[in-house]
Design a binder for this molecule. Structure first.
Ligand SMILES: *[C@@H]1O[C@H](CO)[C@@H](O)[C@H](O)[C@H]1NC(C)=O
Length: 186
């Protein structure tokens, strides 16, 4: 039996508007308000982390070796659990651990991907964390990486990190990196 096209069209139109109405009734999506925006805090964090590559107590372990036929160590992958300190010296106050995964992910230069959680253990931030996910062009100064989230006092965090290698303190077995983080959070 042939159904007239106009009927089909009207029928689907009715169905669509019914679905649409019931969706709008059920959704409880809150739109951002001025109150939410103005209750956000902006926090600046300054610390150093230490890549320790010594044979006895490494804080960095290479878990994937690069194949021989690729440039720039492409594919090398590491896990880290680095101490984070207030000052550039490893002996200065420990404020947390920088834990995560990073690797060489650029065929044309020394570019790393970073997937790091900063887990804080001191003061107001103890028990809270920030997550960083970004590209790290390790030969450059002022390397910028996004802060993509956080927990605890850093819930809803967004922001950016600026990283700089501290060359005058670093040795092949102990690499020091300075981090400046600017984050907005709830
Ligand atoms: C990082 O923060 C420190 C202390 O607030 C400041 O002296 C320094 O200039 C900052 N560096 C960058 C690259 O933002």
């Amino acid at each position: 039996m042939a159904v007239p096209l106009t009927f089909l069209f009207l029928f689907s139109l009715t169905l669509f508007s019914q679905l649409h109405t019931s969706f709008s009734r059920q959704s409880h999506i809150e739109l951002p308000s001025e109150t939410h925006r103005s209750s956000q805090k902006q926090t600046h964090l300054h610390f150093f982390y230490h890549d320790l590559r010594s044979a006895n107590n490494p804080s960095i372990v290479q878990i994937v070796n690069p194949p021989k036929n690729v440039p720039n160590g492409f594919g090398s992958t590491f896990v880290m659990d680095d101490p984070m300190t207030e000052g550039p010296d490893l002996g200065s106050k420990l404020i947390g651990r920088a834990q995560g995964l990073f690797g060489l992910a650029s065929l044309n230069d020394l570019g790393m991907y970073m997937l790091i959680n900063f887990a804080f253990t001191e003061g107001d931030y103890a028990g809270s964390s920030l997550s960083m996910l970004g590209r790290n062009p390790i030969a450059e100064q002022d390397r910028e990486m996004p802060i993509v989230g956080g927990t605890g006092v850093f819930r809803f965090a967004t922001g950016y990190a600026i990283a700089n290698s501290v060359d005058d303190l670093s040795t092949p077995e102990h690499f020091v990196v300075e981090y400046n983080l600017t984050v907005r959070h709830g």
